[in-house]
Write a protein that binds this ligand. Structure first.
Ligand code: NI
Length: 199
């Protein structure tokens, strides 16, 4: 009996060690710390759903929620856009100081017309600008915002894995803070109000 306890104790110790390593590895991921403002955002050159050219100057003068996604996204993108719409509605008068840029990570399928149809959804933020462009220009915009995306699956029904963070930019076009895409509308509204109050 005693001889069997020793290996069991070793297994227990090994499990504890694994758990400790796991927690140590998770710790920095759970608290990444604020990204430096200068690291997020920058020049881009895209076109909106009407075919008009839009670049980073569009950020000036308003608070902007910048979100990268794609119109065929089955869940995260629509959920995020709906939450953002509800958050902006909850801002009251401040909602007029806000705009939303939805930048596609799927320029192959997301033409201006497709973005226009998608963003006409009454549950999405009113007046949201949908941006697309040549794949290289979309890639440059994503790089500026530290957004990762990658095509997954084959055929016409492919999906696109992508970073899902709403970047709140201030009226000078500088990164203010990230808004977690999974947050409830009330939390998003609170974060936006707090950022606006701090200017
Ligand atoms: Ni998505």
């Amino acid at each position: 009996m005693r001889r069997r306890a020793a290996p069991l104790a070793l297994v227990g110790l090994a499990l504890l060690a694994l758990l400790a390593v796991g927690l140590w590895r998770l710790w920095p991921a759970a608290s990444p710390g604020p990204a430096r403002a200068s690291e997020i955002g920058g020049p881009f050159s895209l076109i909106d759903q009407t075919g008009a050219a839009v670049d980073e100057r569009r950020l000036l003068g308003r608070w902007t929620a910048v979100y990268f996604g794609y119109t065929n996204c089955p869940d995260v993108c629509p959920t995020t856009l709906i939450a953002l719409a509800q958050a902006i509605d909850a801002l009251g008068a401040d909602s007029r100081r806000m705009q939303v840029l939805f930048i596609t990570v799927d320029p192959e399928r997301d033409s201006p017309a497709q973005l226009g149809r998608y963003l006409a959804n009454p549950a999405f933020p009113r007046g949201a600008l949908g941006l697309t462009g040549a794949p290289a220009r979309v890639a440059a915009a994503a790089k500026a915002y530290r957004v990762y995306y990658r095509k997954a699956g084959a055929g016409a029904g492919y999906s696109v894995d992508h970073t899902s963070v709403i970047y709140l930019m201030d009226p000078r076009g500088q990164f203010a803070r990230p808004l977690p895409a999974g947050a409830a509308p009330a939390d998003l509204a609170h974060q936006i109000e707090d950022a606006i109050r701090r200017g």
